[in-house]
Design a protein around this ligand. Sequence first.
Ligand code: FAD
Length: 487
Amino acid sequence: LPQSVVSPPATPVVDAAAFLAQAAQHIGARRVLTQPADTAAFQQDWRGRYQGQALAVLQPGNTAEVAAVVALCAAHGVAVVPQGGNTGLTGGAVALPGRPAVLLNLSRLNRIRTVDPANNTLTAEAGCVLATVREAAASAGRQFPLLLGSVGSCQVGGLVSTNAGGTGVLRYGNMRQLVLGLEVVLPDGQVWNGLRALRKDNAGYDLKQLFIGAEGTLGVITAAVLALHPPLRQSASAGVGLASVQAAVDLLRLLQDHLGERIEAFEILSRSQVHLVQTQVPGLCSPLAASHPYLLLVEVAAPDAGWDAGAALEAALGHALEAGLAEDAALATDLAKAQRLWDLRHHISEANKRAGFTVSNDTSVPVGRLPEFIAQVTAQLEGEVPGITVCHAGHIGDGNIHVIGVLAREVYATPEACEAAAAQVNRIVHEASVALGGSISAEHGIGLMHVARLERSKPALDLALMRQLKAAFDPAGVMNPGKIFRE
Ligand code: FAD
C-alpha cells in the first residue's frame, strides 16, 4: 500500500476577509470571532503547550450551519479544526500555523434532542457538556456512565472524537461502547445521517466506528445517540493502602471474584501523586497514612435497592487484608466522604498542571504486565533523567496507567531544557509500553503531540490502511490537518 495517499495541501491563497464575510452570511457576523481578546481562550490547548493560529473561531448553531461552513472551507481550501470543550490533552483542537484554518467550535449545538428510556438511549448534540448529558439521563431515571475529571466542560463531540475513557471503562467500556449512532458533516459539507438507535445492526460496514476516535480528521460530529444504563441505587467507595502494583493487580482479581461486575471503578495513585494532589489543590486529603506506596480507590455499585454495597465492599476488603494484599483500608461511610475520596482522583490533571513542568503519558499494557512495566520505567526514568519525580496514576483496572514525570524547576530552567527532557521521558515510557504489547495512547489520542511517535510505534501496514481511510473521506486533507498524521 502506498505510504501517503492524502493529497498534499495546495498552498491556497485565501482572501481571508472575503472568506470570513461569506462565513458570516451562513452563521451571523457575531458568530465569527477574529479579535484576539475573543479568540485567545479557544486558540490555546488546555495544558497551555500549543498556541493555535486560526483565522477565526466560528460558532455555528445547528447542523445546517456546520454543513454550510464546512462546504465553504472545502471550496476555499481552508482547514477545519473542530473543537468542543477544548479539554483534550494532546493538542488536537489547535489550528497549526502555516496553513489557513478555522476553529469550528461546536458549543452552540447544545440540545438534548431526545431521551428514550424504553430503548435506553439519549440523542445529544455535539456541544452538550458531559455533565448535562448525565443530568438529562438521571432525570429520565437512567444513567450515562462515562465519567472523567473534565465532566463539567468536555462535550459529546470531543468525547466521541477522542473515544474518551475515564473511571467507568472497567464496567461500561469507553465511548466506543456507548455510542449507537452519529450524525456527521463530511469534509465536503454533506451530512451523513447515521443517527440510528440500534444495538444490533449488521447491515454492512459499521461506519460510525470510523469517526469514533478519529480526532476530527474524518468529519465533524454534530450529534450522537448514546447508550444509557439502569441507575445505580446502592454504592460504596473505599481507599486501600497497597505495597505494590502487583498487590493492585491481585486485589482486582480478588474483588472480581467476590463482587463480579459490580466494580464501578478501580483507580490507583502512587504516593508521590497523592502528595502532589494534596499540596497543589487545597482541601484534598487522603483518608490513609502517607506511608503506603500506593493508594487504590475502589467503588462498587448496583441498581438493586436491597443490596448493601458498604457491607459487601467491607467483606471483600476483609478478605484482601487477611490475604495480605492490602496494608490498610478506609471505607467512605457516606456520599460526602466518597465524593472527597474521588475528588483526589479527579483533580490529578489539575494538580499536575499547577505543579510546574510535568510530562504526562497515557499508556496501556495488558493488566498482568503492569507491575513489570511500572518497575521498569520508574527505574529507567529515575536513573536517566536528573531532577525527575515519577508519579503514577490511572485506570489500573483497564491496564491504563499515566506515568507522570515532574521536572524540578532548578534543573530545567528553560523551555528548551524542559522539551528535551520531555522527549526523553516519552521515549522511555513509550518504548517500554510497546515492548510489553501496549499502546502509546490508551485514551487521550494522538493529536499533535504523538504524531511522530505513532509513526514509529505502529506497523507500516496499519499506518498505510489508516492513510487510505483518511484519503477516502478527506482527499483534499481539509479536516484537522497535522493531527494523527503528519501534514
Ligand atoms: P476538545 O478538546 O475540544 O477536542 C478533542 C479532539 O476532538 C480534537 O482533536 C478535536 O478536533 C476533536 N473534536 C472535538 N469536537 C469534535 C466534533 N464535534 N467533531 C469532530 N471532532 C471533534 N480523557 C479521558 O479519556 N479520560 C480521562 O480520564 C480524562 N480525564 C481528564 C481530566 C481533565 C481534568 C482534563 C482537562 C482532561 C481529561 N481528559 C480525559 C481529556 C479530555 O477531557 C477528553 O479527551 C475529552 O474527550 C475531550 O473533549 P472536548 O469536548 O474538550 O474536546
